[in-house]
Design a protein around this ligand. Structure first.
Ligand code: NAD
Length: 366
């Protein structure tokens, strides 16, 4: 009985009155997971808008569409930059989404330090253009359609800045971004709330902690470490490696997004995190140990660890207090870190061709 009750509480079904979801950034890591889950688990029509950057990939989605069970008629991909305002409006008016999920963003802190303008253009101006197109569209639809319509902005815990040894971020935490990436994400959060308060656009906002899992571009800590272990190359760690991140498996993030779509309150923000705090050094050592188990002849992979000069302005610690989403929406993560990291390493080992393809298409030097 308890199992049935838990199943009913945990079910991620999306309301049937949502017929069309427009996703921006659906060729990226988290967006790709979201598109695939929506295709597999719902009958909803998906509109995917992505400019297709160095980090993009549609292989996972295309593989799924080749399987007969998925109806290709309900998936549309537009390779479009959010900064092409005319095209974005055209897509909105033609496809008439009930729900928009905005994930498109430049997402790597190191790249934001090298080229902050690119982040301002994509994350701030891109969000502004999408909101303006949404406002035009929202004002053109009937009251009944407006009552259903939602703009869901997907953001990060990095907007809250850096924590000391204790405490965690929650929905009431002050914004205190400290890198060009987090500053542009914070700006986009503010724009979304402003369009809600000033123009009446119904919104929801989620701030999630660091994600990991299959299909993540290998410049981020976990896939980069896996790549280095595979190639037996030095594994770079910034500074003393004691920076703490609150790691969450991408599927748990998507589960949380489903919960927010289903029952999240309009105008509300939800912080998403699974109490997965680990130092960068712990994360890298866990991956090395797993590689030691898999190939004991190449011992020990931790000898590849190489400390490098710290990233400027490197935030010390992030942690999320997920109390609101757990209590109000009955979300909880399915993966603990060890289970998630094992699954992720196995995926990369079985998909070395994918890594090669991504490195080749992006010219990323690792
Ligand atoms: P990603 O870099 O893998 O994917 C982002 C996608 O957005 C790419 O496919 C890119 O081409 C697209 N994009 C960027 N600018 C665009 C533009 N102007 N027009 C159209 N498409 C554009 O990033 P991700 O890790 O999947 O992150 C997705 C979202 O989730 C981001 O908004 C990010 O801030 C947020 N987020 C990420 C994490 C994480 O740990 N990865 C955690 C919390 C929140």
């Amino acid at each position: 009985k308890i199992d049935i009750i838990i199943f009913l509480i945990m079910n991620f079904k999306i309301p049937e009155n949502i017929k069309t979801i427009l996703i921006t950034g659906g060729a990226g890591f988290i967006g790709g997971w979201l598109v695939r889950r929506l295709l597999q688990e719902t009958k909803i029509t998906i509109i995917n808008i992505d400019k297709y950057s160095y980090a993009s990939d549609l292989e996972g989605i295309n593989n799924l569409l080749m399987k007969n069970a998925i109806n290709k008629e309900r998936y549309f991909f537009f390779q479009t930059d959010l900064n092409n305002s005319e095209k974005i409006s055209e897509i909105l008016f033609a496809k008439r989404p009930d729900y928009i999920m905005h994930l498109a963003a430049e997402s790597h802190v190191d790249r934001s330090l090298e080229n902050p303008l690119n982040f301002i253009e994509n994350n701030i101006i891109g969000t502004f253009n999408l909101l303006e197109a949404t406002r035009l569209f929202f004002n053109s639809i009937s009251k009944k359609e407006q009552d259903l319509f939602l703009f869901h902005h997907i953001s990060t815990d990095e907007v809250y800045g850096s924590l000391g040894e204790k405490g965690s971020f929650n929905e009431a935490s002050n914004y205190d971004p400290r890198s060009p990436y987090s500053a542009t994400k914070a700006a986009s959060d503010h724009l979304v709330f402003a369009w809600h308060h000033s123009y009446g656009i119904p919104i929801k906002l989620t701030n999630c902690s660091n994600n990991y899992g299959p299909y993540q571009f290998p410049e981020k800590l976990i896939p980069l470490t896996i790549l280095k272990c595979l190639k037996k190359e030095p594994i770079p760690i910034y500074g003393n490696g004691l920076q703490i991140r609150d790691w969450l498996h991408v599927e748990d993030h998507v589960d949380a997004l489903f919960k927010v779509i289903k029952n999240g309150k309009t105008g509300q923000k939800y912080c998403i995190g699974g109490h997965g705090e680990k130092t960068n050094l712990e994360v890298v050592k866990t991956i090395c140990s797993r590689f030691d188990e898999l190939s004991p002849q190449n011992l020990p992979h931790s000898s590849l660890i190489t400390m490098v000069e710290d990233r400027p302005g490197h935030d010390t610690r992030y942690a999320i207090d997920p109390n609101l989403i757990q209590k109000e929406l009955f979300w909880k993560p399915r993966y603990d870190f060890n289970k998630g990291i094992y699954q992720t390493i196995s995926w990369y080992l079985n998909n070395e061709k994918w890594i090669e393809k991504m490195i080749e298409q992006s010219g990323y030097s690792g």
